[in-house]
Design a protein around this ligand. Structure first.
Ligand code: ZN
Length: 452
């Protein structure tokens, strides 16, 4: 028989109560309040039935840092076999009760455990979730009463699963996280979600669609821009929604080949149109997690300039910030060509009116002023690949009233007809609410460059 060691955290409100961790002495599995249920967890991990195991509390984690950390967080670790070839299983316990948890307990608590898992240096490791149900009713998750005695039901996750949880479970699937007792969930009237939650997201579009479905348009806390080469997630990385965006970024990295950027934005208030709690920067731990996952982070809250002149050879380009500003101006993270109906995300470009290569050549302004121009929301439009090239080459341009003009002298009649055909008649002109004085200046610079 391979030795099996189960490690419990010393301090975790939920696990303390569920398993009686505080009273558990080393090696005394008998002290566990729910030993039978823990046996079920072991069985479902594929370790076996009626396994003899040793209990340890608050061990040091096999962390990749020089100083190992004590196990903390809402998870246990199970070590199967002997070091150095031992296999380690992380099991995160989530208390699933939609009635008490507005935003999904799993999403807000999981990143801490997932971080420990990512830092774990065992070659053979798995990350698992075991869902618990609150038995008591009429109390909130924060109510101490909830944690007294036999508070959870291991047999059935009693409350019907909501859309938000379905989304969280699908994020788990995308990250390769096993849900050990998925079959115990009560789907209630949401039965169709069972199939949805059983498979990973296939694409960024999938993930966006579902996220949009469950959040009201005016209450979005995160935005995702999908480009041909990369994906950019914008949002806050603190609070419950913040944990969600971290998992979404991790999931995006798992389903796309391109680079994934996570951009923490300062003006969350302007994104969802309501007051928000005071923002705080990305924590060092989350930065480390995202870094380990290969996700590049930017944080507007910190005095951080990704386009420092010295680092960037004086190039004022900052495409992610430019896109964010266009998104704020035009109001959606579903990119759509300003001049036609094309909304194929990978074909829509954040098109500059006054090009960055020309801004870079300007000699009479400071680098900071160049940066402002390069990312200005008034210096751009979302355009499809066709309209972007036509505009860049000056084959189409806008007059001072914002009306689109075709450069007839450079084109045959047929070509002019083609441009008319691919351009939506009702969106040929820049709308009054978009046509600011600053935009007029950029449009005139474009005309000057293209000789109109
Ligand atoms: Zn177009």
């Amino acid at each position: 028989m391979k030795p099996v060691i189960i490690n419990f955290p010393k301090r975790n409100r939920l696990l303390n109560k569920v398993f009686n961790t505080i009273e558990v002495c080393e090696n005394e599995a008998g002290c566990l309040t729910h030993k039978q249920e823990l046996d079920v967890v072991i069985e479902r991990l594929g370790i076996g039935k009626n396994v003899n195991y040793t209990i340890k509390v608050n061990p040091k984690l096999n962390n990749n840092k020089t100083e190992a950390k004590r196990q903390d967080g809402q998870f246990i670790t199970i070590i199967e076999g002997s070091e150095p070839d031992a296999k380690i299983h992380y099991v995160f316990f989530s208390c699933e009760s939609p009635a008490y948890t507005r935003n999904g307990y799993i999403v807000s608590k999981l990143p801490v455990s997932y971080r420990a898992f990512c830092n774990d240096t065992h070659k053979d490791k798995t990350f698992n979730v075991f869902l618990l149900s609150v038995k008591d009713s009429g109390v909130t998750m924060r109510d101490e009463k909830l944690y007294k005695g036999n508070v959870v039901d291991f047999k059935n996750v009693r409350d019907a699963v909501n859309d938000y949880q379905t989304f969280a479970y699908k994020l788990c699937r995308t990250l390769g996280i096993n849900i050990l007792n998925f079959d115990m969930l009560d789907w209630g009237e949401n039965k169709k979600n069972e199939t949805i939650a059983a498979t990973p997201f296939k694409s960024i579009k999938d993930m966006k669609l579902m996220r949009n479905k469950m959040t009201k348009a005016n209450n979005k806390s995160s935005y995702i821009i999908e480009n041909a080469e990369d994906t950019i997630l914008y949002g806050k990385t603190f609070g419950n929604n913040g944990f969600e965006i971290i998992l979404m970024a991790a999931a995006a990295k798992a389903i796309t080949k391109g680079t994934v950027y996570l951009w923490q934005i300062k003006d969350v208030k302007r994104l969802n149109n309501k007051e928000d709690r005071k923002p705080s920067p990305i924590t060092a731990e989350n930065l480390e997690l995202l870094g380990n996952l290969g996700i590049e982070c930017f944080d507007e809250l910190q005095d951080y300039s990704p386009n420092d002149e010295a680092l960037n050879d004086g190039d004022a380009r900052n495409q992610a910030e430019f896109m964010k500003n266009l998104m704020l101006k035009f109001g959606s993270d579903e990119k759509k060509c300003y001049l036609c109906d094309c909304n194929i995300q990978k074909l829509i470009i954040a098109s500059h009116i006054h090009r960055v290569c020309d801004i870079n050549k300007e000699t009479d302004i400071s680098f900071e002023e160049k940066r402002v121009k390069a990312v200005s929301r008034d210096n751009g439009l979302w355009l499809c690949a066709n309209h972007d090239k036509l505009f860049e080459n000056g084959l189409i341009y806008f007059d001072d009233r914002g009306q689109m003009q075709v450069s007839e002298t450079e084109l045959t009649d047929n070509q002019c007809d083609y441009i008319e055909q691919i351009t939506a008649q009702d969106s040929k002109n820049i709308k009054a609410e978009h046509l600011t004085d600053e935009m007029k200046v950029y449009l005139s610079l474009h005309r000057r460059r293209t000789h109109h």
